[in-house]
Design a protein around this ligand. Structure first.
Ligand code: PEP
Ligand code: MN
Length: 263
């Protein structure tokens, strides 16, 4: 079903009033983790003003260490919904379990399946059943074929609204957190009709590399970007080192404008 032979034209996925896969570049932005109501509302207003059209923020955080901040869970989802009500931005949140899906469907416009759950086939099917658009991140060590098969688990439930997200893969390189596989963009465009966005924040783990890779993703033909932002990255509860400040995010959006029309 993700294969182009079933659907020769590129698919356009609707998230709230935002179209992903059309001729406009969609920028999703927000904090790694929802930390407080104030943080989320402040971020939503700032990213909207800069040019983003979807708010991201994790309420269930699949952290590498069990002792790291795990997320505000349903309270976090509630803040995201309040941010949508205040700004009109649709919201996307990661779900890590069936319970998280059951809560999230009351609050969000799009479900995110994270890299660590890309092959959690049970979770993929449950996300598919909701009918909500699903943002499917590429697994840390997943081939493009495995990633497309994962999308098929969602689509096999009668849900065609899948957006792929390249977020870097494991390689021998240690200078960056992961290695952005920019070639995934043209490869996916050749094999599949699904929209693909790129997340240079998780791909690099380093704030100063986010802008050049965001630019290269757009040049390669990505339909959108996911960029982590925080009011004060120095005190972020997760992924501070890769998060942009609001002025940095604004500059990035300004520099993207000559390359693409923002949604
Ligand atoms: C995230 O988007 O916050 C996240 C945890 O990303 P990934 O699943 O790509 O590591
Ligand atoms: Mn993060």
């Amino acid at each position: 079903l993700p294969n182009k032979k079933f659907h020769p034209e590129p698919s356009v996925v609707k998230v709230g009033n935002v179209l992903i896969g059309g001729d406009q570049l969609v920028i999703m932005s927000g904090p790694c983790a929802v930390e407080s109501k104030k943080q989320v509302l402040e971020t939503a207003h700032a990213i909207k003003k800069a040019g983003a059209s979807i708010l991201r923020g994790g309420a269930y955080k699949p952290r590498t260490s069990p002792y790291a901040f795990q997320g505000l869970e349903e309270e976090g989802l509630r803040y995201m919904k309040e941010a949508r009500e205040e700004t009109g931005l649709p919201v996307v949140c990661e779900v890590t379990s069936l319970e998280a899906i059951e809560s999230a469907i009351k609050y969000v416009d799009m479900l995110q399946i994270g890299a660590r759950n890309m092959q959690n086939f049970y979770l993929l099917k449950e996300a598919g059943k909701t009918g909500l658009p699903v943002l499917l991140k590429r697994g840390l060590s997943a081939t493009i074929e495995e990633w497309l098969n994962a999308s098929e688990y969602i689509m096999s439930q009668g849900n065609p609204n899948v957006v792929l997200c390249e977020r870097g893969i494991r390689t021998f390189e240690t200078a960056t957190r992961n290695t952005l596989d920019i070639s995934a963009v043209p490869v996916i465009k050749e094999k599949s009709h699904l929209p693909i966005i790129v997340d240079p924040s998780h791909a690099t783990g380093v704030r100063s590399y986010v802008k050049p890779l965001a630019m290269s993703a757009v040049a390669a033909g990505a339909d959108g970007l996911m960029i982590e932002t925080h009011p004060n990255p120095a005190i972020a509860l997760s992924d501070g080192p890769q998060s942009l400040t609001f002025p940095q995010f604004e500059t990035l959006c300004e520099e993207l404008r000559p390359l693409a029309q923002l949604f």
